[in-house]
Design a protein around this ligand. Structure first.
Ligand SMILES: [Zn+2]
Length: 67
């Protein structure tokens, strides 16, 4: 299975990204102290941008739903 690695712009945590994750998809930083929402903006090479919190709410996406 192909996995690419990205670095969180906020905390520099390395994050594994599955190859099937499409441009425009949202991922959340795996660092529990960070939890920044990131959007895939480009593949090959993969690039991400930080998604503002209000925008994640707009998309009805809940990165804080860990329980
Ligand atoms: Zn992070």
């Amino acid at each position: 299975m192909a996995v690419e690695f990205i670095t969180c712009p906020t905390c520099k945590q390395k994050l594994a990204l599955q190859s099937y994750v499409a441009v425009g998809a949202l991922v959340v930083c795996a660092n529990p102290k960070c939890g920044t929402s990131l959007r895939i903006t480009q593949r090959k090479p993969v690039k991400v941008e930080v998604v503002p919190e209000e925008e994640t709410h707009h998309h009805d996406y809940r990165p804080e739903s860990y329980g």
